[in-house]
Design a protein around this ligand. Structure first.
Ligand code: KIV
Length: 307
């Protein structure tokens, strides 16, 4: 399957329900994100895991859609991100790909897909592009990943780095804890960030680190930093869609801003539907299909004949 498979064809573009204005907005690319850093325009990133939500994100005009492995938690109910597989990530990415025209589509490489050796990591990165239409991949880790990053970039797949609170290291970190709080940890993270930039990453997610550290790293790098729980001085911000929409079931982390209460909207709607079905209010006659008058007359005549 080639990448062209994922470009919407002309009939799709003009199909009912398509938004022609989406086509006129400039496509977000790796170079255009670098331009945004240079011109100090904030980069907007959000996760999405399915066609409908990705389509909304794209229509609203956010820069980057990340098919994050957080989907293991928010879509599949796992306790952490470790269980999700390559095949599952590819499946979700394909659904998102069908929705996205403008945003840059980045997929998370899942735990285990790049940890055995670099050769397997490169092969899996290529699968995201060839089999699911991703335009870039994200890997967690610092200096220990630079050889891998170089090889993936050599294979023409752009790589986003991810430092700080890296959820795939939950067991090593002993839980989801803010990282980079000591002088030694600050130095480590700065060295990791510079090494990832040198290896060819086009952007780095900084997760769960003090604002001061994120600001320092953002100033030092030529590539954009994308913060999540890293304060306002990063070049861009990312949130998990389900967190910002209140589609999660435990108290949010400090950095999450709730932009909508979708759970409440859905609960009310589902309760109303249940009530309407149970009271036979739904569906109404107007919400039903009907036979033509001619067919009804014929049926009536047949019934009369049959006695
Ligand atoms: O998996 C994910 O959603 C992420 C973001 C939180 C950056 O890695």
């Amino acid at each position: 399957m080639s990448l062209t498979t994922f470009r919407p064809s002309a009939p799709e573009r003009t199909a009912k329900g398509a938004s022609p204005e989406r086509d006129s907005a400039a496509k977000v690319t790796v170079p255009s994100l670098l331009d945004k850093k240079l011109s100090r325009q904030p980069i907007t990133v959000v996760t999405a895991y399915d066609y409908a939500s990705a389509r909304l994100v794209d229509e609203v005009g956010l820069d980057v859609i990340l098919v994050g492995d957080s989907l293991a938690m928010v879509m599949q109910g796992h306790e952490n991100t470790l269980a999700i597989t390559m095949d599952e990530m590819l499946l979700y990415t394909r659904g998102v790909r069908r929705a996205v025209r403008r945003a840059l589509l980045v997929s998370d490489m899942p735990f285990g897909s790049y940890h055995v050796d670099d050769r397997e990591g490169v092969a899996n990165a290529l699968r995201f592009v060839k089999e699911a239409g991703a335009e870039a991949v994200k890997v967690e880790g610092g200096r220990e990943r630079t050889a891998l990053v170089r090889r993936i970039v050599d294979a023409q797949v752009p790589v986003m780095g991810h430092l700080g609170l890296t959820p795939q290291s939950v067991h090593r970190m002993g839980g989801y804890k803010v990282q980079g709080k000591t002088l030694a940890a600050i130095e480590d993270l700065r060295a990791d960030a510079l090494a990832l930039e040198d290896a060819g990453c086009f952007a780095i997610v900084l997760e769960g680190v003090p604002r001061e550290l994120a600001k320092m790293v953002t100033a030092e790098l030529h590539i954009p930093t994308i913060g999540i729980g890293a304060g306002p001085d990063c070049d861009g911000q990312v949130l998990v869609l389900h967190d910002m929409m209140t589609m999660t079931f435990s108290p949010p982390a400090k950095f999450v801003r709730r932009y909508a209460d979708v759970s409440t909207v859905m609960r009310e709607a589902l309760g109303n539907y249940k009530h309407d079905v149970e009271t036979r209010d739904f569906p109404s006659d107007a919400e039903s299909y009907h036979l033509s008058q001619e067919t009804r007359d014929r049926l009536a005549a047949l019934a009369e004949k049959a006695g």
